[in-house]
Design a binder for this molecule. Structure first.
Ligand SMILES: NC(=O)c1ccc[n+]([C@@H]2O[C@H](COP(=O)([O-])OP(=O)(O)OC[C@H]3O[C@@H](n4cnc5c(N)ncnc54)[C@H](OP(=O)(O)O)[C@@H]3O)[C@@H](O)[C@H]2O)c1
Length: 327
């Protein structure tokens, strides 16, 4: 495993880290024993950063991370998120009373006195035009409830606005073979301001593992079943917003570009690491075997220039016209 510095925090994060949404819920049935085995495998493989949220399984994901901390002596960072407990996303919801209550709840779930990194969880875009919200977060840092804070966003423009606030240390955004727009302007700006980038949905919800086919079935409570058109939350969070048939066609072409001795999932994760502005990717995983396959991507040599070019060409031809300007 290799490590990259997160913004101005001085923290060195594993360049392939762990996304803990699936082990909380909304991805079909999960078994806590299997989830814990996946978390242990991540630590064994050098992962030192885990991304979760208060709403993943209504705290289940955070509690699994607390359990991991109990079972291991290794040091690791946990980033959680706040804001999605609101019944409706409004900028007014991001007030002192709510933010303090969400933070207290996460502290309890995580069995800790201080949250390493708190991220606003894809809030209403107007939140980024309310300096008072960031003032509240500064106060929470002052009182020791938070070490640092950052944002998780849907759109590049939200990120560009958020990083104007000087204490924002990280931006979590979808970045993968099917979502390349963040590399245009955001990465440059984030590097200039020394803000870390956490690349989420790196496997386009598993699509970029190459295992999904037209015949794949997803459980009723799996967002790949119920959110393909944005029925429950932003459609970009499911298969990175690319329609199923187009995604399958592109994946078939991407498979032909996979380096020998690597899987498509590993190429997808290695591709993200070609961008120095990225601190780490946070692939989700439900099983230890998935974690091990994903972490091995960190040991791959850089992708050949010709492959990078072909990937870009494939994106330009098949994906960009459909999704590029939405996020
Ligand atoms: N709004 C937000 O802030 C937000 C939104 C989305 C995600 N996130 C964060 O980003 C993290 C990553 O995104 P994500 O989990 O949505 O999507 P992802 O990482 O693109 O896909 C993860 C899923 O792909 C499958 N998978 C993983 N490794 C695999 C492998 N090697 N081979 C085959 N299948 C594999 C697993 O599901 P199956 O085994 O069921 O196929 C896994 O749950 C989340 O866990 C969460 O921490 C944040």
């Amino acid at each position: 495993m290799k490590y990259r510095t997160l913004g101005r925090t001085g923290w060195k994060l594993s360049e392939i880290s762990f996304g803990a949404w699936a082990i909380g819920g909304a991805w079909g049935d999960v078994d806590d024993h299997e989830s814990l085995a996946a978390l242990h495998a991540a630590l064994d493989g050098g992962v030192n950063f885990f991304d979760t949220a208060d709403v993943y399984g209504d705290g289940r994901s955070e509690r699994l991370l607390a359990q991991l901390k109990k079972e291991r002596t290794d040091h690791f960072y946990v980033a959680t998120k706040a804001g999605r407990r609101l019944p409706q996303q409004t900028p007014e919801g991001y007030n002192r009373k709510n933010l303090t209550a969400w933070v207290e709840r996460s502290l309890t779930n995580l069995h800790t006195d201080t949250i390493d990194l708190l991220q606003l969880h894809c809030p209403h875009p107007d939140v980024f035009y309310r300096p008072e919200v960031f003032g509240i977060l500064d106060d929470l840092v002052q009182t020791g409830k938070l070490r640092h804070y950052g944002v998780s966003v849907e759109r590049v423009e939200e990120a560009l606005k958020a990083i104007e606030y000087p204490q924002v240390q990280s931006v979590q955004i979808i970045f993968n073979l099917f979502r390349q727009r963040p590399a245009e302007l955001l990465f440059q700006e984030a590097q200039r301001r020394k803000v870390g980038i956490l690349a989420r949905v790196p496997l386009a919800s598993g699509m970029l593992s190459g295992k999904i086919s037209r015949a794949s079935k997803f459980a009723k409570d799996d967002h790949r079943n119920f959110n393909r058109h944005g029925e429950a939350f932003d459609r970009g969070e499911t298969f990175a917003g690319v329609d199923f048939a187009t995604a399958l066609r592109a994946v078939a072409d991407l498979k032909k570009l996979t380096p020998r001795n690597a899987t498509l999932a590993q190429m997808a994760l290695r591709w993200i690491l070609e961008f120095p502005a990225v601190t780490c990717s946070i692939p989700g995983a439900k099983r230890a075997s998935q974690v091990m396959e994903n972490l091995a991507a960190a040991d791959l040599p850089p992708l050949p220039r010709a492959t990078m070019k072909k990937i870009r060409g494939l994106y330009e031809g098949q994906i960009k016209p459909l999704v590029h300007h939405y996020w």
